[in-house]
Design a protein around this ligand. Structure first.
Ligand code: G3H
Length: 249
C-alpha cells in the first residue's frame, strides 16, 4: 500500500518566518493519514528541520549536485542535505531543466548521489505545451523516465512527479482523462523496467496548479498518489486543505 504524499516546493519563495506554517501542517497531520514534506530554499533547510523536529512533517531540498564534494561554487551536496536532517530532494524540476540546461543524464547522476546519501529523490518529468499539442507527450515521458531514473529505483528511494510544464504556475490543469493516461503510462513503464513489485510501491505525484479547490478531483485518479505543490505550499491555509483532501481520497 503506497502512502499518499503531499510535497511542497517553495521554489525561491518564502521567508524564515514563513516556516511557522510547519506547526500548522504538523497539527493537521494528527488527523490525516497522508505524509507531508516541505522543500524550502537551501538556507532554510536547517531551521525547517529544527522546527519540524518531533513532528511527522518531512523536510526536503530542491536540488543537489551529483558530486559528493568539490569546487562547485553555489551548489550543495546530497550528503549536506542529509547531514542537516532533511530526507527528500526534488530533482529534475522543469525550471532547472530549462534555466540550467539539466539533462536526463544529469538528473540520473543527481538521483544516484541522493540515494548514496540516503535521501529519497522526487524526480520530476513532464511535457511542454508544444509536446502536448504535437501529440508526443507519452514519447517525451518515456524518454525522461528512461534517462532520469537510474537502475536501482525502489519505492523507498524514489518518488516520480509528473508535472506538465504548461500547468506549472498557470492555473491550467490537464483534464482528468489526461492525468489518468499519463499516470497509467508511467506506472506501466516503470513496471516494464523495474518489475511490478517496484512499480506498485513507487509513488506518483501530480504537479501543476494544484489548489485547495481542485485537489480532491485530482486525487480521485487511481495512479495519483499525491501532489507536488508549488504556490499553494507556502501557506498552511492552502497546503493543509490539500493535505486533507489527499487523506480523504
Ligand atoms: O514543484 C511544483 C510545481 O512546479 C507546481 O507549481 P505550482 O503548484 O505553483 O503550479
Amino acid at each position: 500500500m503506497r502512502r499518499k504524499l503531499a510535497a511542497g516546493n517553495w521554489k525561491m519563495n518564502g521567508t524564515l518566518a514563513g516556516l511557522d506554517m510547519l506547526a500548522d501542517v504538523a497539527a493537521a497531520m494528527d488527523s490525516t493519514r497522508a505524509e507531508a514534506v516541505i522543500c524550502p530554499p537551501a538556507p532554510y533547510l536547517l531551521p525547517a528541520v529544527t522546527k519540524a523536529q518531533g513532528t511527522p512533517v518531512g523536510i526536503g531540498a530542491q536540488d543537489c549536485h551529483a558530486e559528493p564534494k568539490g569546487a562547485f561554487t553555489g551548489d550543495i551536496s546530497a550528503s549536506m542535505i542529509k547531514e542537516v536532517g532533511a530526507t527528500y530532494v526534488i530533482l529534475g524540476h522543469s525550471e532547472r531543466r530549462d534555466a540550467y540546461g539539466e539533462t536526463d543524464a544529469d538528473v540520473a547522476a543527481k538521483a544516484q548521489a541522493a540515494w548514496d546519501a540516503g535521501l529519497t529523490a522526487i524526480i520530476c518529468i513532464g511535457e511542454s505545451e508544444a509536446d502536448r499539442s504535437s501529440g508526443t507527450t507519452l514519447d517525451v515521458i518515456a524518454e525522461q523516465l528512461a534517462g532520469s531514473l537510474p537502475d536501482g529505483c525502489t519505492g523507498e528511494n524514489t518518488v516520480v512527479a509528473y508535472e506538465p510544464i504548461w500547468a506549472i504556475g498557470t492555473g491550467k490543469i490537464p483534464t482528468l482523462d489526461q492525468i489518468v493516461e499519463v499516470h497509467d503510462f508511467i506506472r506501466a513503464t516503470l513496471a516494464e523496467r523495474f518489475g511490478t513489485d517496484v512499480s506498485d510501491a513507487l509513488r506518483l505525484l501530480y504537479g501543476g496548479s494544484v489548489k485547495p479547490d481542485n485537489a480532491a478531483e485530482i486525487f480521485k485518479v487511481d495512479n495519483v498518489d499525491g501532489a507536488l505543490i508549488g504556490g499553494a505550499s507556502l501557506r498552511a491555509a492552502d497546503f493543509v486543505p490539500i493535505l486533507q483532501a489527499l487523506s480523504a481520497a
